[in-house]
Design a binder for this molecule. Sequence first.
Ligand code: 6R9
Length: 647
Amino acid sequence: MPQETLANLLTEDRTFPPAPEFTASANVTEAAYDEAAADRLAFWEQQARRLDWTKDWDSVLDWSNPPFAKWFTGGELNVAANCLDRHVDAGLGERVAIHFEGESGDGRAVTYAELLDEVKRAANTLTDLGVEAGDRVVIYMPMIPEAAVAMLACARIGAPHSVVFGGFSVEALASRIDDAGAKLVITADGGFRRGKPNALKPTVDAAAERCPGIEKVLVVRRTEQDVDWNERDLWWHETVGTASNEHAAQPFDAEHPLFILYTSGTTGKPKGILHTSGGYLTQTSYTHHAVFDLKPESDVYWCTADIGWVTGHSYIVYGPLSNGATQVMYEGTPDTPHKGRFWEIIDKYQVTSLYTAPTLIRTFMKWGDDIPAGYDLSSLRLLGSVGEPINPEAWIWYREHVGKGKAPIVDTWWQTETGAIMVSPLPGVTATKPGSAQRPLPGITVDVVDDEAKSVPNGGGGFLTIRDPWPSMLRTIWGDDQRFLDTYWSKFDGMYFAGDGAKRDDDGDLWLLGRVDDVMLVSGHNISTTEVESALVSHDSVAEAAVVGASDPVTGQGIVAFTILRGDIESSPEHLQELRQHVANTLGPIAKPRQIMVVAELPKTRSGKIMRRLLRDIAENREIGDVTTLADNTVMTRIKEGLSAAA
Ligand code: 6R9
């Protein structure tokens, strides 16, 4: 018998077909799958035609030197002009592009005409400061409209940007500035977080001291905190604010670098993922139109991601703006000044489409159903999820308490490396299943393979791979082609290895099972973290769970679970015993956790992903490893203290 690649333990048979009214007016129908299957390149060519090109391409795809792809070779376009100028030229200048909501409730509406004006002035400023096409610019900003302006100004002049999460450490910022070889940093004095001004400039000051390549630092005034001032510093309002708003966008080659975005990964130095212009914009624009069913005249779209995450790049800046969307941008945290903040924003702007992460959905579950119930959420017509597998129970909660049982949910699987959504339901087409990302989008070929690179049959689990090149694929790792080859293309011949486990159900739908590095090996069975976590979350008392494999003398690894309970539920030894039994009943005795611990929080990255390796350090009684990419690097201390107090 072949050794199983990844066990398939969880079954789920609830399905939710789209409402006929939704289907009747959906942007994309079943036919898209057939068209793409008939001729994949013609399909992408057609999607590229949704953009304005100043010069047509000679060929759709050049795959003569795999895995180094070139899309729309010879074509030329300006990415920023596609996001702004063409809408203003079409008479849509007065449409709101961004409803900005500051954390404290201050805000403003920025129209497409105003956004274009500001981007032109910022582009002129960057040019005056000596930034030329090809030069790299690091952006270290809070969630304010100027962050999008800075990105688009870079795109406009062909200077690849590299956005670093506002709040990352000096070390993290300096290493990214160095690796990218940036000469300019755009930042702000700070932003508002948790009711307080949160300083950003001191981190940039310290990083710039360590990075001699930095010539200038451009500073937006947001919080009006006191800042140290250096010779290299310039205020945004004194430069961009006074610059000319005349600027003609120059076309760039389809393969001109658009941005570098660093992913931390679990080990080693961060990887600078390189994206280019034409293919990236084609796929982000199309997927935003198709997956979110965007109706730019009437929708109010809100993606809650930070601009420092790829989700902010593709689904706040490039996808939505290229489609002329009206969107909400929120500066702060979901519980400032109160736990109904998100619902209040949805109510205030009559948001129609919400795109958020499972981590937040589980947090809202923990806070209680009564909070969203206190607001008018009837404007919502579509819900999206991204960042981690969504546990079926969290999916159902999202559907019931946020979508009021009617808004379709799109669970979108993709990565920094893929640039845009790859696997997702289409809201007017797919009968959705709680917890499944379901089908590759039209034009995308995804497979699940075993150790020997053979497709697994329905019902089987293995490694998620991508078989054919796609327009928004990463082009390389900045400055390290070899690492690009080794990381993504060496495990399976001729296939992109995503690093995620997945299974196919009996209908062929895809279920993501977490990172393969986190898979647990228990008595010879490969068990995914996702399935055990979902089984725990399916118990009424559990809001969130993280499981890890800790070495075990008998079974190889034993499953150790960390759980956050809902509302004010108190745990007891009997309760923990019940939870262990609940997992065994749901998934089978092999998946029964050896130990369950109750914690108040879990270690997460800035994009809300649970960092299981740090929990493994606790479970195996080790010194805690590198915590620099945690959203809050004091959380591990609190978790350890909480556990020893309870013991
Ligand atoms: C967009 C983004 C990529 C990793 C990816 C996977 C996980 C993202 C998911 C999902 C299951 C989903 N992931 N979306 N897992 N279902 N809908 O998150 O990019 O930050 O690079 O992370 O996130 O493990 O490989 P990135």
